[in-house]
Write a protein of this length. Structure first.
Length: 491
């Protein structure tokens, strides 16, 4: 098992679990940062408090010594007073008694020269008592303690005060007050323990709240999933319930319903297309089969040239319909135009107008544009598009069909206008649907399949353009808009 597989195995697969893990991890990082800051701030504050306590005790001892009063040995803060020319301590208190200062003072003797005022906390080395392990007093790691000290000069002591203290008149005293380290450490340790307990409880609470909050938030998603899974091709009308909350789940449900509606419409259109195609194919096949069966049943009374003519006409209709269906199937793939060429729509329209066969009726086809109009695309598909528009116009025109091509900003606009009965406004979009004939009987008699305008619009969309029916008081006017080729291509 490789590293990726192991990671996938142990990594949570539920969105709820992943959200809870992410929230807990983020909270853990934030709480760790806050805990680190609180730890150092509490230690700093506790240390300052211990130093203030030691400074207060130092001032009190100084005042007592200058008055010749021997300080009491009972003290909350360890202290010791040493003097020059004396082997034992002048006074001591607190836990300093554990070092047996009666035989020798613990703290260093003061220098014989110089007077020190109140000095900042400093570290001094003291002899280590192996029997001293009281955590309630002060520890001596490596034989060192932090102290605050002040000197009492001989000038500050009267003879009576010196005698009361048991020192000579010219002796210099130094007061040592121990800055208790356990105060800051104990407070910090208690604070750390409380922070750790609160942090663990907070992480569990955050992870649990996130898990259940995401679980509640995802309930509509689960309902949407279950309902979407029930949608089948046989029953595509099922829709998901849109929550009334107005948040992202509402947008998701709306989008899914819109997608399902599009799929339903596409499926319905496909079914309708298949039914229409089958109907259109059945009509020429029925005609062809009936004529052949009648001819075979009565061969001696059959006019075989007429039968052959009918069979050829219906076969051509089948061929045309099959080609149109194949072209629509290709256009439905929405593939882009490969290797587009530069085509002059004006020249193409003029050529089609000149060579268009007008054998059934006397129609006038004109193209009144002469300026070149260049577009990018496939010449064969453009010719098919224009020919479909001309076939439709010629089928419905009374006397005249006019083609106009002009350049309009970044577009080339081509219009095909006939003087026929026109198209009702309510059918302006319907005429572009497949197998739609507004005059069904006449169009079928004249060979129309009902696919020409649908193919023309799909070809226009394939080349980045549009095909619409422009409003006209007389006849029908189809307007084709295509992106204009750059000037460099025109040259």
């Amino acid at each position: 098992m490789n590293a990726a597989e192991r990671r996938r195995r142990w990594w949570p697969r539920s969105v709820r679990a992943m959200a809870a893990l992410a929230a807990a991890s983020t909270a853990a990082v934030l709480l760790a940062g806050v805990g680190w800051w609180v730890h150092h701030d509490v230690y700093r504050q506790a240390t300052q408090t211990a130093e203030e306590h030691a400074r207060t005790q130092l001032s009190s001892l100084y005042e007592q010594l200058t008055r010749g009063v021997v300080p009491d040995t009972i003290s909350t803060v360890p202290y010791e007073v040493v003097a020059t020319g004396r082997r034992t301590a002048v006074a001591y208190g607190g836990s300093m008694v554990d070092f047996a200062p009666d035989t020798h003072h613990v703290m260093p003797a003061p220098p014989t020269t110089g007077i020190a005022a109140l000095v900042p906390p400093t570290t001094v080395r003291i002899p280590v008592n192996r029997h001293y392990n009281s955590r309630d007093d002060f520890s001596v790691p490596g034989g060192t303690v932090r102290v605050m000290a002040a000197d009492v000069s001989p000038d500050d002591l009267s003879s009576e005060a010196a005698a009361a203290l048991g020192v000579s008149d010219n002796a210099k005293l130094r007061i040592y007050v121990v800055v208790l380290p356990y105060t800051a450490e104990s407070i910090t340790e208690i604070t750390d323990r409380l922070l750790l307990q609160a942090g663990i409880a907070s992480l569990v609470l955050i992870a649990g709240v996130t898990y259940f909050a995401v679980r509640i938030a995802l309930r509509p998603v689960e309902a949407i999933r279950v309902l979407t899974a029930s949608v089948t091709a046989n029953d595509p009308r099922e829709r998901v319930t849109v929550p009334a909350t107005g948040h992202e789940i509402t947008a998701l449900a709306t989008t899914i319903n819109t997608t399902l509606q599009r799929l339903d419409n596409a499926a319905a259109q496909q079914r309708r297309f298949v039914a229409d195609a089958a109907h259109e194919l059945r009509s020429p096949l029925t005609t062809l089969l009936a004529s052949l069966e009648v001819a075979l049943a009565y061969p001696e009374r059959t006019q075989w040239p007429a039968v052959a003519t009918t069979a050829a006409r219906q076969t051509r209709r089948l061929q045309s319909l099959t080609e149109d269906l194949l072209l629509l199937a290709r256009l439905d793939t929405r593939t882009r135009v490969a290797d587009p060429e530069t085509v002059d729509l004006t020249a193409l329209a003029s050529r089609l107008t000149e060579h268009y066969p007008l054998v059934e009726r006397a129609l006038t086809l004109t193209c009144d544009s002469t300026a070149p109009a260049y577009v990018h695309g496939t010449p064969g598909e453009f010719e098919r598009l224009l020919r479909n528009l001309l076939d439709n116009a010629a089928r419905h025109a009374e006397h005249r069909v006019q083609i106009t091509v002009r350049n309009q900003d970044t577009w080339v606009v081509l219009t095909v206008h006939d003087d026929g009965p026109g198209v009702p406004a309510e059918d302006a979009e319907r005429v572009f649907e497949r197998f739609v004939r507004l005059d069904d009987a006449r169009s079928r008699d004249q060979g129309g399949t009902g696919l020409g305008l649908a193919i023309a619009r799909d070809l226009a969309h394939r080349h980045g353009g549009s095909l619409t029916l422009a409003s006209r008081t007389l006849g029908a006017c189809f307007q084709l808009r295509l992106p204009r080729a750059p000037e460099s291509a025109e040259e």
